[in-house]
Design a protein around this ligand. Structure first.
Ligand SMILES: *[C@@H]1O[C@H](CO)[C@@H](O)[C@H](O)[C@H]1NC(C)=O
Ligand SMILES: *[C@@H]1O[C@H](CO)[C@@H](O)[C@H](O)[C@H]1NC(C)=O
Length: 474
């Protein structure tokens, strides 16, 4: 999606980072996935989104040129391109805290077309530097071991179903410091495959084992128990930490709760506790399992004593639409919800009362993001600002950017001549790349400084000579 050249020499005047309700966007006018100039297509504009919060999205898919983790501002303007820091295809990706500090947690690795795989979590600090490998700060990871299994009685195409193979769903809590597993739970020990919905079909061989359970979220609560979401059993399991016993099941063939059309869900993702662990949100990939006509966010209150579940609210997309896989709901401090629509490249916000506040599209064609989050973030990259220069009739145009630097409010531009340098102006940062015109010819080169709102210098670029060469540090 993003064809990004830091400090690129754009031949066209900078456009807004977004368009509104553009049909051309979906006719590919900006390419399969949009470019640096136009990233987002808003169906509904985010007028009320907080200025100091950012969107965390990791696009991937056939139409994405550089899959990886990105940060955008509320209007879809690029803030950080993680691929330039060496990060590639990413699944779970979120701002969180680790050891009391704000960090980015992301899960990278190899995963196959069926959406499972082996990889690892990476934690980045405010400098976008890796400070821990293992798993997200919530310290959970899932593993998919292959086991021999008799698949007779399950719809499959194997010549010898008795000698089939199954993929277990293993949830694991890992101590980041030591890398050791603190807790391990195997789905096969607790949930019989007959409880789930997706038959082996053409899978079930050693090379392509039957992914009967498919864990896609794990959350530990204050009691030391775990909430585990299984996509293929369309159920959320509440598992006792001490012995792994299932305390109750929400959804699926053996729900502990009486559920109606509004409170039922299927092929869901991202089950999370809220409200002192009395309510649960999840992303309902309904329509994947043939039930319902649209994916949605869902907020429920399960009452394990009475075996009932209250419907609190649903979060609907701009237009009713299925999303076959992935997706999440991210509750905001004010009770609003940010939704990532998974298989389709949309992000939206719904208020507590169910109003769709805004909805945006971040690509066209096969563009997916496992999750989408919004949160405050302050980034101080260890790199230097980038700079490019173009000569024009009146003098020079200076292009400056600094991938991931959230605090830059101003740019100060200096020209150099021999060993001398002098400021030629200051300009407010605008978008990912800011341009500045200098009406003077015969200058040796330029460098720029990124400044905070109060004028404090955050970083200084190298000197870019007007003949195109690098002029070293000023
Ligand atoms: C998009 O819509 C918003 C809200 O109506 C408006 O403020 C903004 O100028 C529009 N931007 C573009 C590029 O059309
Ligand atoms: C259904 O759930 C109950 C408890 O929630 C459990 O005891 C029982 O074994 C489950 N049935 C099957 C077939 O898994």
């Amino acid at each position: 999606m993003l064809c990004l050249l830091t400090a690129s020499l754009l031949a066209v005047p900078a456009l807004s980072a977004y368009v509104n309700q553009s049909r051309e966007y979906n006719q590919g006018k900006y390419g399969d996935g949009p470019y640096q100039d136009v990233l987002f297509n808003f169906q509904k504009f985010p007028s009320s989104a907080p200025e100091d919060e950012y969107l965390f999205i990791a696009p991937r898919g056939q139409a994405v040129r550089s899959a990886g983790p990105y940060i955008f501002d509320r209007y879809g303007e690029l803030v950080w391109d993680g691929t330039m820091f060496g990060f590639g295809q990413t699944m779970t990706y979120m701002p969180t805290t680790y050891q009391g500090k704000s960090v980015l947690a992301l899960w990278q690795g190899n995963f196959n077309i069926n959406g499972y795989g082996n990889g690892q979590g990476v934690i980045l600090d405010e400098h976008y530097k890796v400070i821990a490998n293992v798993a997200p700060a919530s310290t959970f990871t899932s593993v998919y071991p292959v086991k021999r299994y008799d698949l007779s009685g399950y719809q499959n195409t194997l010549a010898s179903p008795r000698n089939g193979y199954i993929l277990d769903g293993v949830a694991q809590e890992i101590d980041i410091a030591t890398g050791r597993a603190i807790w391990t739970w195997s789905a096969l020990d607790h949930v019989h495959p007959s409880q789930c919905y997706l038959p082996p079909g053409t899978s079930g061989s050693r090379d392509s084992p039957w992914d009967y359970f498919h864990i896609n979220s794990i959350e530990k609560d204050s009691k030391g128990n775990y909430l585990i979401s299984s996509r293929h059993c369309s159920a959320v399991y509440y598992v006792r930490g001490s012995d792994g016993a299932i305390l109750w099941t929400l959804g699926g063939r053996n729900s502990s709760f009486r559920q109606d059309r509004r409170t039922s869900f299927s092929f869901q993702h991202d089950a999370r506790w809220h409200d002192d662990e009395t309510t649960i949100s999840l992303f309902d990939n309904a329509a994947t399992g043939g039930r319902g006509s649209t994916a949605r966010g869902l907020h429920l209150r399960p009452n394990s004593n009475s075996g009932t579940v209250d419907f609190i609210q649903e979060m609907l997309p701009y237009l009713r639409t299925p999303s076959l896989s992935q997706g999440n709901v991210d509750r905001q401090g004010n009770g609003n919800w940010i939704l990532g629509w998974g298989n389709i490249p949309y992000v939206s916000e719904t208020s507590q009362s169910g109003e769709l506040l805004w909805a945006g599209q971040f690509g066209y064609g096969d563009v997916q993001s496992y999750t989408a989050h919004r949160a405050k973030w302050v980034g101080y990259p260890n790199t230097k600002p980038d700079l490019a220069i173009r000569k024009n009739d009146q003098g020079y145009t200076v292009f400056m950017s600094w991938n991931g630097a959230t605090e830059v409010k101003w740019w100060e531009i200096f020209s150099t001549s021999g060993t001398q340098s002098r400021s030629v102006g200051r300009i407010g940062k605008s978008g990912f790349e800011t341009t500045f015109s200098v009406e003077s010819s015969n200058l040796d080169g330029f460098f720029v400084q990124g400044l905070k709102g109060d004028g404090t210098v955050l970083g200084t670029s190298r000197i870019r000579r007007t003949d195109g060469r690098d002029g070293g540090d000023p």
